[in-house]
Design a protein around this ligand. Structure first.
Ligand SMILES: Cc1cc2nc3c(=O)[nH]c(=O)nc-3n(C[C@H](O)[C@H](O)[C@H](O)COP(=O)(O)OP(=O)(O)OC[C@H]3O[C@@H](n4cnc5c(N)ncnc54)[C@H](O)[C@@H]3O)c2cc1C
Ligand code: HEM
Length: 409
């Protein structure tokens, strides 16, 4: 993964970091608050990189400082860190995090650790944390630099942000609108792996910018990207996007993300695609791609929506189901309207649960891909674990910091 892996940490460093990690974990909120306040005061240039909503959520969220500490607590288990490294590096690469940002986060994190540990922050403790941070930073910097090289090497690829124009806008449901995005320079777009996301950068209305990820919602296409955005109540970027007209311009980062269906591999197991609400976006990209590229593969698509008004891509997916014998589609509404019932817009009522999945999947031994709101994700994940499905067959995307999901599960 990294051409020059850093030298391993000493036993002593590992033991000091591990012995202090639980205290930092306990004071996660204080650490987070101190870290962000200090960093944004001392280094305001990095503020636009962060999603303000991820820091202001309060008790549940520990955000970056907490995540780094949790991550550091596993410095002696590189096999555990492996998958996390890829996820974080992809997230960082989407946001355009660069090597010069690392000392900024490092110095502010160490100052915050010193503050939280108080008298416990001996020179030995601080030195050990500095070493552990440097170790993790060099792994991430190595992987991110490799991702940037691959992005730039693609004939139609780029690094950083590229201006795109909204070439089409289509309403998919009461709350979800799709945007067709084309490069302003008239060029093509690079391919991507179905399941990946883009990073969109927009003005924040206060003279700076803010970024959000949006999953690509269709199979790759040479001349445009498509994203589909739900207008979140009180949400800054989603509502800004909904208010833009065809012709408006946006800055877009290259496709990133470690959640994808690998179409270069030959799969023998059936594919079970589960989604709820706007979580359908990466799943639809996977669905369209697998039908086109691996038509021999058996696919089950199960989608949950509140009702027919909020159900996006209904006709499109229904049509795919009619045209492809290998695809089984099932739609479940949690609060169907009378009209939904009379027009038979859905197949069943309630939430997606184990019983439903079991009744539709050809067998339990399938590859599972899922995306949706937090309770949905937690329920599906627990269920697949309870069935003993190996981790290598369980893939999911979460539309927020993974930490938040783990604390919910
Ligand atoms: C990998 C990934 C893929 C994604 N793909 C999609 C996709 O395909 N489609 C899609 O629609 N979304 C997707 N998202 C979610 C998307 O990135 C945004 O988070 C979403 O659009 C909301 O952004 P916003 O700016 O509108 O809301 P924000 O302004 O970020 O607010 C989010 C919520 O937090 C609340 N909030 C904001 N500020 C505060 C505060 N100070 N205190 C308390 N609450 C607050 C808001 O009311 C709102 O409900 C994805 C996210 C990730 C990480
Ligand atoms: C060793 C160093 C670092 C580690 C271990 C680390 C770890 C993480 C983790 C675990 C996440 C959450 C990923 C998820 O969504 O699940 C994350 C997100 C993020 N990281 Fe890093 N990171 C490091 C350095 C940096 C640096 C140097 C920056 C740049 C200033 C940075 C900026 C971000 C941003 C902006 C996010 C997205 C979350 C948000 O908007 O609040 N990180 N990082």
């Amino acid at each position: 993964m990294n051409a020059n892996p850093p030298a391993p940490l000493s036993e002593r460093t590992i033991s000091v970091v591990k012995s202090t990690a639980p205290v930092l974990e306990k004071h996660g909120e204080e650490l987070t608050r101190h870290f962000y306040e200090r960093m944004f005061r001392e280094n305001p240039e990095v503020k636009p990189l962060f999603n303000a909503s991820n820091q202001s959520g309060g008790t549940q969220q520990r955000a970056l400082a907490g995540a780094i500490c949790a991550f550091a607590a596993n410095v002696d288990q590189l096999e555990v860190l492996g998958a996390a490294v890829e996820r974080i590096a992809q997230k960082h690469a989407g946001l355009g995090i660069l090597p010069e940002h690392y000392p900024i986060v490092g110095s502010n994190l160490l100052a915050s650790i010193r503050e939280v540990l108080g008298d416990g922050a001996t020179d030995e403790v601080i030195d050990a944390w500095a070493e552990a941070y440097h170790f993790l930073a060099s792994i991430l910097i190595g992987r991110e630099s490799h991702i940037y090289t691959i992005q730039a090497r693609d004939e139609h690829g780029w690094n950083g942000f590229r201006p795109f124009r909204i070439a089409g806008k289509e309403r998919e449901s009461e709350t979800i609108v799709s945007f067709r995005l084309q490069p302003v320079d008239g060029g093509m777009v690079p391919g991507f792996k179905p399941g990946q996301y883009l990073t969109v950068r927009v003005p924040d209305g206060e003279g700076s910018t803010t970024m959000r990820n949006y999953s690509l919602s269709s199979a790759p296409c040479a001349d445009h990207f498509r994203i589909s955005v739900k207008a979140e109540e009180g949400g800054t970027v989603s509502n800004l996007l909904h208010g833009l007209d065809v012709g408006a311009e946006l800055e877009v980062g290259p496709p990133c993300g470690e959640f994808f269906l690998d179409l270069t591999e030959h799969h023998t197991r059936p594919l079970v695609l589960l989604s709820a609400g706007v979580g359908v976006t990466p799943i639809l990209s996977i669905l369209e791609s697998v039908l086109a590229e691996q038509p021999e593969r058996e696919v089950v698509f199960i989608h949950g929506a509140i009702n027919g008004r909020t159900h996006a891509f209904r006709n499109h997916v229904k049509d795919l189901g009619k045209r492809h014998n290998q695809l089984k589609v099932h739609v479940r509404y949690s609060e169907p309207t009378d009209e939904d019932r009379s027009s038979q817009r859905h197949d069943s009522e309630g939430f997606i649960d184990a019983e439903l999945i079991e009744s539709l999947a050809p067998r339990k031994d399938c590859d599972y891909y899922f995306c949706g709101p937090k309770p949905f994700m937690a329920a599906i994940y627990q269920q697949l674990l309870a069935w003993g499905i190996p981790g290598s067959q369980v893939h999911f995307e979460f539309f927020g910091p993974r930490e938040e999901l783990e604390s919910h599960a």
